[in-house]
Structure formats: structure tokens, C-alpha cells
Ligand binder design. Structure first.
Ligand code: PXP
Length: 248
């Protein structure tokens, strides 16, 4: 199996900065530190309400890093304009609701296929790889293929919550759904990523799904960096990913 890529989401460095309204900690510095620590890509989510990363952060990160930038955003005209100006390697479309604390579910692709097809086409023409963040649901995976995405990112939140709360049967059932969705996506020719809520305790079984080629991890690693530094936090995640991958 190929080496699994690790994308680091630096949103919550901006969350901490914004708590005081100043300039530190700087998400660009975090992106560069993650790159030095072996990240294979940087992810940042420019939300409509700019609650963490802001427009200037996105532009500065795109300029500063040498590894791929994954621009996470809602499928809105405003974001399409900003993404086309930023020219990221990849764009990950996610659902967004103002009142949510984080991206709570996957994108409704099947029910919004016509609009998404039209939304995605100019972004592909601008050179971005399009990823859709979906629940591990075969209907959504198949719809992602139909609307012209090249990648699906499977939402691992339900699985990771079940692991964190020791709900073993639910974790096992959700892991089966993730593995089946990964296989179905791969058979359609979609590249398979996974992310949301991943910790040291939940990463192993996800890393062992053979069709998954990239994990995107943010909140847990930024928190863990308080105790181990970003370098140490990322190195331990990398170690656990590689271990699970080689054992699979
Ligand atoms: N992937 C996607 C598409 C996300 O929306 C998020 C959260 O912003 C992540 C990965 C990272 O999730 P977490 O911060 O829980 O690791």
C-alpha cells in the first residue's frame, strides 16, 4: 500500500489568535511548522463568518507553503471567486451552517447535483482538484462522481465520536460503512480522503483502509501541540498512521 498522506488543518491556530484579536499565534507560521514537521498538505477552511481563518490568512498561506493547499469552503459564489483567485491545489466543498460548532455532516450531493455540477466545472477549469466532503453513504459517493468531483473526503466524525465515547459496536459498524464507501469510491475512480475528529485513538483503523490515500486532521493535533509542540504532535500521528498502514 502507498504511504498515506497527512494533511494538517491549521484553522484552530487562527481560532486561538482570534480569541484575543491580535496577530498571534500566526496560522502561516503554523502552516510552515507543519510543513517542516512532515505534513503532506495544509488544509484551511474559510468559513462564511470568518470565525477562524480569514481571507488574508488564506492568501498568505498559499504564498508561503511549498506543499499542496487544500482550500475548504462552502459552495457559494463568494467562495468560488476567492478560491479562483487563490489557485489552491485542491478545493474541498463542505456543508456550512452558521450555528454549528464544526462541520457536522457531509454534503448533500445527491439532492443538489445540478447546482453542484455547474459550481464545480469552473473550479476544475481553474486547475483545482475538487473534493466533496461526504458521509460514508454510497448514494452520496456515487453522486460525487456524477457531479464531476475527483476526490471524496469521507466524514469520520461519527466513527471518531464513537471511539472517544467507548461505543465499540457503533464504532465497528461505522468503520464498516467507511470501508465500504472507500471501496465504492475507489471503484468509481475517485481518490479517497478521510477526516474529522481523528485522534491518536481513532487513527489506526482509518489508516488501515487500503483505498484511503489522505487523512486531514486539525483540532486534535493543534490541541496536542500545547503539550508536545506541533512537531511532536504531528510526528506521533505520522508514526501511528505508518504503523497501522504497514500492519494492514
Ligand atoms: N476535513 C474536513 C472536510 C473538515 O471540515 C474538517 C474540520 O474542519 C477536518 C477534516 C478536520 O477535522 P478536525 O479538526 O476535527 O481534525
Amino acid at each position: 500500500m502507498d504511504r498515506l498522506r497527512l494533511g494538517i488543518n491549521i484553522d484552530h491556530v487562527a481560532t486561538i489568535r482570534n480569541a484575543r484579536g491580535g496577530a498571534t499565534p500566526d496560522p502561516v507560521r503554523a502552516a510552515l511548522a507543519a510543513q517542516s514537521a512532515g505534513a503532506d498538505g495544509i488544509t484551511a477552511h474559510l468559513r462564511e463568518d470568518r470565525r477562524h481563518v480569514r481571507d488574508a490568512d488564506m492568501a498568505a498561506i498559499a504564498e508561503a507553503i511549498d506543499i499542496p493547499l487544500n482550500f475548504e469552503m462552502a459552495a457559494t459564489e463568494e467562495m468560488s471567486r476567492i478560491a479562483q483567485a487563490t489557485r489552491p491545489h485542491a478545493i474541498c466543498l463542505v456543508p456550512e451552517r452558521r450555528e454549528e460548532r464544526t462541520t457536522e455532516g457531509g454534503l448533500e450531493v445527491a439532492g443538489d447535483a445540478n447546482r453542484l455540477t455547474g459550481f464545480i466545472a469552473p473550479l476544475v477549469d481553474a486547475g483545482a482538484r475538487i473534493s466533496l466532503f461526504v458521509a460514508p453513504d454510497p448514494r452520496q459517493v456515487e453522486a460525487a462522481f456524477r457531479v464531476g468531483a475527483q476526490v471524496v473526503e469521507l466524514h469520520t466524525g461519527t466513527y471518531c465520536d464513537a471511539v472517544a465515547e467507548d461505543r465499540h459496536d457503533e464504532a465497528a459498524a461505522e468503520l464498516d460503512r467507511l470501508a465500504a464507501a472507500a471501496k465504492a469510491a475507489d471503484e468509481l475512480g475517485l481518490e479517497v480522503h478521510a477526516g474529522h475528529g481523528i485522534t491518536y485513538d481513532s487513527v489506526g483503523p482509518l489508516a488501515a483502509i487500503p483505498q484511503v490515500v489522505e487523512l486531514n486532521i486539525g483540532h486534535f493535533l493543534i490541541g496536542e501541540a500545547v503539550f508536545r509542540g506541533l512537531d511532536g504532535a504531528i510526528a506521533e500521528m505520522r508514526r501511528l498512521m505508518d504503523l497501522a498502514r504497514s500492519a494492514a
